[in-house]
Design a protein. Structure first.
Lengths: 1134, 352
């Protein structure tokens, strides 16, 4: 019989302790003493209660314990309508419409037919509601499918594992997962069928990584054969979304020791078990609290810059609207009062204008608000949403963006920003490069070797240590171990692991004759093959401790014991290891190795330094105790471990250097050159060292270092700044000229890049002064350096590239981040080396507040996630580093190259298209409102619209919205070929030329002109023979507005294709057919406005056609002329 | 377009270099990219100029051929025949608009003969028949002869609330303020023969306006006449039941509310018989006005208008002159652009 206790003790949920009759006292005492927060899972097999699952179901009802049933739906049958409506009314647009409809119901205000006024809002609500419903149904179905999957759970009654649905599991259950089954919840591994006490996981569903991961059983369970029959308690973190970290402590009822467990012991929901026959585990987090489900809840709300413009112009329109309404109301009151007390005899004045003047003024102002409501194009936000999704859909279908996958989009609100990117913050590895690592060379003891045959025949201890380090100082493991083959000399296991560098180096060591042939959680067996390939020697290493790699430490080490000696092997970035080398190292060797590092870097190779040390037993024992404490800490766990690691990773003996090449992706040089021509400034942020970064930058045509120029004569070099062109590569110009660009672009690319190196000499002074003083010096130096660079940039004619390393960057970020970014923003390109993930994120965050232009961040790995999230527009490259970046990115592409089409073509298109749509909507609505306003001048400012209510409501929505939306999807202000061939045209959208501050006013003036023509030509053409009635006149105005607006779209689009023409014709047909039917059917649809046969009679008049021909041409003539003049004499780029 | 050919070539080149570009073709649909420059705009201006000026001339001539004679009879023109030195307007005002009737005779001469169909209008100026409150004060269902209470839109002329409590038939402010002057024309001493049929829209008379069943009872006992009316609706044209009640054409014409504060409504058509076979001959005429309709309270004017017509409708030279003006502007623009274009040799770089 089993019993579990699950109790998050914090908050008011502490009363949720479930059936803690045996454990309650111990738990309470524990919780009061423990600094370990709040979340605990207890397991006890002995207490005697009802059997599972009855027990669980009852408890779930009683105590709402966390079950494994997931629910991602937003509504249920009862809540759908109220909740959905509630959500929809969070939109300002819907509230605006609803308020106006409400006002329209007030009899005194009533401006439109009451029922007709409902149409637009109802349509919007219904469409959105149906969309939400369909999405929710999909979620509901997938939830049900997931919840009904089967797994095996430990039944405490029968003491066997029985089948059970996922949804019936809950925290504290012990489950058994068999090979190729999916893990149903976040579980702590208790036992494994594999004799190594490990298991292999396919985590593709979580992070997209295809290689297998190895998980191990917590050390405390290693010796327990049937953990499901013990009693223990686990304290761990509250449920969180961090899928890479987990810390917990296990206590057994039988002893007082505390055992740690971490992420290596946890199987996350959604992983698939491979190879291992089965594993057992206890559920730690279930259902909606699992890490995967929590991390998938992404809250991203990015807004494009264009929305700022819209808001600004909506404000202008609101002011105009208020002005018109107050003016109309005032004039109305004045006119009606001008008749004095004779008003009683006047047939058309029905209400006393002298009674309640304020109320009269107020109601008539509100009536005008209803009548003129489209002046504020709130519906624009709705049409923008729709258009953006469709734009994105079209971008997704562009075959030029498709390599293995087509582009995928997660954010649909920032399409226009793609046309306004001024800065690209790019990761290097995996983004510019392929992240396919190729082993190139090693440098051991000052000698370079590129393959095994170059190794000296005699045994060299340094080579031995170096290769051993490569073979074991990693996290790789072997999967298809065929034990019967293991004894053969040429046995070559296949390495698996999540670190690409590790795999390459491990394989390289194997090729060099030091082969890791077996690995478990505790031991590693390495086979040493002698140079003649005839003899082997297998040595077993016992793993004492593994200090894993992380991006701030930039190194990993492993402590092993063999032949009663303890060794520490370490490998990592040069800067992270060099300071920790022991003084006993040969200085020459150090220099040579550093020189080799430079050589490798100049060839674009990535290098890692390898070192080792021997540790005495006492030292290790002492240290290990400290380490254990750190590992058990729940607070600042990472820092504590890093601290502990620092203490042991000292006095290292240099072994050598590795060089691994990562090739540039196809098309990257061209893409970067094109983006540079487009005026986009590219910032390269890389974890690599300066030389590697520079050589990659050169190869990627980010910089153009023509020849070697030594900086000796440069006055600045003596100070904290040196300026030079460093080592050149041979083929730079020939690469660039091969591309087919316009002449200006070519010339731009041929310019040599002026390199500025940000260099501070602060490190050397570190020891001399106290920290307080040091901080001041740092601050002053930083600002001085920035000021010098700033001067240097302003005098420089050539394109400038600024190079900064991570150490300097951290000082800059501490003291003068904004100044630095402002200065660096003037450079053509910036290369930041040795940058950590946090620095990347911080840079982007600060840059966002400084730069005027939009920032795009592109990267592929988990270390780019912060940068991608913070940027205006985050692009993820689908690479080998998992899907973390893809999940965070607004767009995910296959290659860096895709940026070309995405920005220069689609971004520019989207920006111009959307700005046209916005400006047209403002213009078109203003034109409509002004026509109605002019009519007020001739009806005593009384609020007669003269168009009947249906026209009033449908004109700006159904009748005219289609062509402009078609244009917003299909218009191309330049062809795609030209956009790529003349990248400098990107400046047009980059500087927002198609939507400038005055664009709004130009369009408002055009609206004034068009409405004036439409109204007054109609008015004066019919005035003299003025037996025309209100509804006929209304139809005249509507028809003129229709034709003018439709033709306006055709003039305004730069590309006339089937979609624009088709939608124009369709709109016109909808209007005509609607009118003809309505005018034939509506004899008495409403008490007072029935346009029966109005249009039929109007069409028969000759005057009607001549008036409309005239209006059509005259209304559009100014725009046509201005466009013609503008296009002829002005280059739109200026 | 200049440069278009080059772009095509470049496209071809790129294609051969990079196979992915072929996909462009698949997204490509026939499209025309007109770039409005001086080159493309010049012919447009020329064509507009060349067509608008002739159209304008034709329209002006057509309008000039229409003959029209307006007589304002609001005040001084219309002296009461009963009271000396009183205009009919004053007579009504003196009686406080309580249904006083006044008659006046106005003599005038036509200098030209009005040939063809001649139409007689009454015109009202400064009369806001399009006022929001006014224009809604009607019940189209009632006018269709449907049973049922008058619509609330008719307020304050929905029903006789101070008296009988019956609904007004027809209800509403529009009907209540129906124009009720009687205008007749004498040619010398001969009555000009006119008809009051065919002046309303035939569709209105056939479909939109219907008398209820048992109309005489409806109008005389179950409903009240509107307060301003002297006669009930069933007494508008008693001799002709087809033109009586709601289907009276004068009433239908009035109910089609005018779009502008200055408007005219068709009053009568000339019956072309004997003397008036070819229209109205030139000569002396007398307009006899039975002046019932007060307009002075809102500074309104009343007119009697005699007009012929054309295919463009009544007299209105405005549109013709507008055509001519815009046509001339376009021609000037054309010339200016042409000269600029020739002198400056504007570069042919395709803009955006």
């Amino acid at each position: 019989m089993g019993n579990f206790v699950f109790a998050p003790l914090l908050h008011r949920r502490s009363k949720l302790i479930i059936n803690g009759n045996t454990d309650e006292t111990s738990m309470n005492s524990q919780s009061s003493t423990a600094e370990y927060k709040d979340y605990r899972v207890s397991y006890d097999v002995t207490s005697n209660i009802e059997s599972y699952p009855w027990y669980d179901i009852k408890n779930r009802k009683k105590h709402k314990s966390q079950t494994n049933c997931i629910r991602t739906t937003r509504y249920n049958i009862l809540t759908f309508i109220p909740k959905n409506l509630f959500e929809q009314f969070h939109r300002v647009a819907n509230i605006y419409f609803a308020v106006l409809i409400g006002l329209n119901w007030v009899p005194m205000i009533n401006a439109l037919a009451k029922t007709v006024a409902f149409i637009p809002l109802t349509v919007i609500l219904v469409i959105t509601g149906v969309k939400d419903l369909v999405e929710d149904l999909k979620r509901w179905r997938s939830d049900a499918k997931i919840n009904k999957q089967l797994t095996e759970v430990y039944d405490k009654t029968s003491r066997t594992f029985v089948q059970c649905k996922w949804q019936d599991l809950s925290v504290g259950s012990i489950v058994r997962i068999r090979a190729d089954q999916t893990v149903p919840a976040d579980i702590l591994l208790l036992s494994s069928a594999s004799y190594e006490s490990t298991c292999y996981l396919d985590t593709a569903a979580i992070d997209g990584e295809t290689n297998l991961k190895q998980k191990i059983i917590p050390s405390c369970f290693l010796n327990i054969s049937k953990p499901e029959e013990t009693k223990f308690e686990l304290h761990c973190d509250q449920p969180n979304e961090d899928i890479y970290h987990f810390h917990g402590r296990i206590t057994f009822s039988s002893d007082t020791n505390i055992y740690p467990c971490d992420n290596n012991n946890i199987l996350l929901r959604g992983c698939v078990l491979r190879i291992t026959d089965y594993v057992d585990g206890i559920i730690v987090y279930a259902g909606n609290q699992t890490k995967v489900i929590r991390s998938s809840k992404k809250t991203s709300s990015k807004h494009s810059r264009i929305e700022k413009y819209i808001n600004r112009d909506v404000l202008c329109s609101s002011v105009i609207l208020i002005f018109l309404c107050l003016l109309g109301a005032g004039l109305s009151l004045r006119l009606e009062r001008s008749f004095g007390n004779k008003w009683i005899y006047i047939p058309f004045i029905l209400d006393n204008p002298f009674q309640n003047a304020a109320g009269h003024f107020f109601t008539s102002a509100l009536r005008f608000v209803i009548l003129f409501q489209v002046m504020v194009p709130i519906a624009l936000y709705v049409s923008l949403d729709i258009v953006r999704v469709l734009q994105m859909y079209r971008i997704g279908r562009d075959k030029n963006l498709k390599y293995d996958h087509s582009i995928s989009c997660h954010t649909f609100t920032i399409n226009e920003d793609l046309g306004q990117i001024g800065y690209i913050f790019s990761d290097k590895t995996g983004t510019l490069t392929q992240n396919e690592l190729i082993f190139r060379a090693v440098s051991i003891g000052g000698v370079k070797y590129s393959n095994r045959s170059e190794l000296p025949n005699e045994h060299d201890p340094l080579i031995h240590q170096f290769l051993t380090a490569l073979a074991i100082c990693n996290t790789s493991f072997m999967v298809h171990e065929q034990r019967e083959l293991m004894y053969r000399l040429d046995y070559q296991p296949k390495y698996e692991g999540d670190n690409a560098d590790d795999l390459v180096l491990c394989q390289a060591a194997s090729d060099f004759g030091v082969r890791m042939i077996s690995r478990s959680a505790k031991t590693i067996v390495v086979r040493y093959i002698d140079s003649t390939d005839t003899q082997k020697e297998d040595i077993e290493y016992e793993i004492l401790c593994l200090l894993p790699f992380d991006s701030s430490r930039r190194r990993m080490s492993i402590i092993v014991r063999t032949n009663n000696k303890i060794y520490l092997y370490i490998k990592g970035a040069e800067t992270s290891i060099l300071p920790n080398l022991s003084d006993s190292n040969d200085q020459d060797l150090k220099t040579i190795t550093e020189q080799h590092g430079m050589d490798f870097a100049e060839q674009g190779y990535r290098s890692l330094l390898v070192a080792y040390r021997e540790i005495s037993f006492e030292d290790f024992e002492n240290w290990f105790e400290q380490y254990q404490n750190a590992a058990n800490a729940l607070d600042n766990h990472e820092e504590a471990i890093a601290d502990a690691a620092n203490r042991i990773e000292t006095n290292l003996i240099l072994a050598g250097l590795t060089a691994v090449e990562d090739k540039l992706q196809d098309g990257v040089p061209k893409a970067i050159a094109t983006l540079r021509c487009a005026g986009i400034k590219i910032w390269l942020l890389t974890g690599d060292k300066q030389a590697t970064a520079l050589s990659t930058a050169q190869a990627a045509s980010l910089i153009n270092m023509a020849q070697k120029v030594h900086s000796d004569n440069d006055s600045l070099s003596s100070t904290s700044l040196s300026s030079s062109s460093s080592s050149s590569s041979q083929n730079n110009e020939s690469v660039i000229t091969a591309w087919d660009f316009s002449e200006t672009a070519q010339a731009h690319l041929k310019q040599r890049t002026h390199m500025i190196y940000y260099k501070s000499q602060l490190n050397e002074m570190d020891q001399q002064s106290d920290t307080q003083h040091q901080a001041t010096i740092d601050e002053i130096r930083t600002s001085e350096t920035i000021a010098r660079i700033s001067q240097d940039i302003t005098v420089q004619q050539l394109p400038v590239c600024l190079v900064v390393t991570g150490d300097d960057l951290s000082l800059i970020l501490r003291y003068r981040p904004k100044e630095f970014i402002r200065v660096a923003g003037q450079c053509q390109s910036v290369i930041l080396c040795r940058v950590s993930a946090t620095q990347k994120r911080e840079l982007v965050t600060i840059a966002k507040s400084v730069f005027e232009h939009r920032i795009l961040a592109i990267g592929d790995g988990a270390n780019d996630v912060g940068m991608i999230r913070r940027s205006h527009c985050g692009v993820a490259v689908r690479g080998r580093e998992g899907s973390q970046a893809v999940a965070a990115g607004d767009f995910a592409v296959d290659r860096f190259e895709c940026l070309l089409n995405l920005l220069l073509v689609h971004g520019a298109w989207c920006f111009t298209r959307t700005s046209e749509l916005i400006l047209y909507t403002f213009m078109h609505n203003c034109q409509f409102v002004l026509v109605i306003f002019y009519y007020q001048l001739f009806n005593a400012y009384s609020g007669t619209a003269c168009l009947h209510s249906v026209y009033l409501v449908l004109y700006t929505s159904l009748f005219t919205v289609l062509p402009q939306c078609a244009a917003a999807l299909f218009d191309e202000h330049i062809s795609a070929e030209r956009a790529l061939r003349e990248p400098e045209l990107y400046q047009y959208t980059l500087n927002g030329k198609s939507y400038r501050k005055h664009s709004y006013w130009i369009n408002i003036f055009d609206a004034i002109w068009q409405s004036t023509i439409i109204f007054f030509i109609n008015y004066y053409s019919y005035q003299h023979q003025s037996n025309i009635d209100v509804l006929s006149f209304g139809f005249l105005l509507t028809f003129s507005m229709m034709t003018t607006s439709l033709l306006h779209v055709l003039i305004q689009t730069s590309r006339i294709d089937w979609s624009v023409v088709g939608s124009t014709i369709l709109s016109f047909l909808v209007f005509i057919i609607f009118t003809l039917i309505y005018d034939d059917v509506c004899v008495a649809c409403s008490p007072y406005e029935n346009p029966y046969k109005v249009s039929y009679r109007t069409f028969r008049q000759g005057r009607f056609w001549f008036v409309n021909l005239f209006i059509l041409i005259t209304a559009l003539l100014p725009r046509f002329t201005v466009k013609c003049v503008y296009n002829t004499i002005r280059n739109p780029l200026n | 377009m200049p440069g278009q050919g080059e772009t095509e070539e470049d496209h071809e080149q790129q294609k051969s270099k990079k196979p992915a570009d072929t996909a462009f073709k698949q997204q490509r649909l026939p499209a025309w990219q007109p770039i409005i420059t001086a080159n493309t705009a010049l012919p447009v201006f020329l064509i507009i100029g060349l067509t608008f000026i002739p159209i304008g001339i034709v329209l002006v001539i057509t309008s000039e051929r229409v003959l029209e004679h307006d007589i304002d009879y609001t005040d001084t023109n219309c002296m009461s025949t009963t009271a000396a030195n009183t205009t009919c307007a004053q007579a009504l005002e003196n009686a406080n608009y309580t249904g006083q009737t006044c008659t006046c005779r106005i003599n005038f001469a036509l200098d030209k003969s009005f040939d063809g169909d001649v139409y007689f209008y009454y015109g009202l100026i400064n009369y806001y028949q399009n006022h929001r409150r006014y224009v809604r004060s009607r019940d189209d269902n009632q006018l269709l002869g449907k049973e049922g209470a008058a619509a609330s839109e008719c307020q304050p002329f929905q029903k006789n609330s101070t008296g009988s409590g019956k609904d007004y038939a027809p209800c509403g402010a529009i009907a209540n303020s129906k124009f009720n002057d009687t205008l007749s024309l004498l040619y010398g001493s001969e009555n000009v023969s006119v008809t009051n049929l065919g002046i309303a829209w035939s569709t209105d008379k056939a479909v939109k306006f219907k008398n209820p069943d048992n109309a005489s009872n409806y109008f005389s006992s179950t409903h009240d006449k509107p307060p301003n009316w002297k006669l009930s609706a069933w007494e508008l044209d008693e001799p002709n039941p087809e033109n009586n009640g709601y289907q009276n054409e004068d009433f239908i014409v009035w109910m089609r509310t005018a779009a502008m504060p200055t408007f005219r409504k068709l009053y009568r058509k000339l019956l072309r018989n004997s003397t008036f076979q070819n229209g109205l001959p030139k000569g002396d005429y007398t307009l006899v006005v039975t002046y019932n309709y007060p307009v002075t309270s809102f500074a309104g004017r009343k007119q009697f208008i005699i007009s012929t017509t054309s295919w463009m409708g009544g007299k209105n030279p405005f549109l013709g002159w507008s055509y001519i003006a815009v046509g001339i502007v376009c021609m000037i623009t054309f010339v200016v652009f042409f000269i600029l274009h020739k002198t400056w040799k504007i570069q042919n770089r395709p803009p955006m």
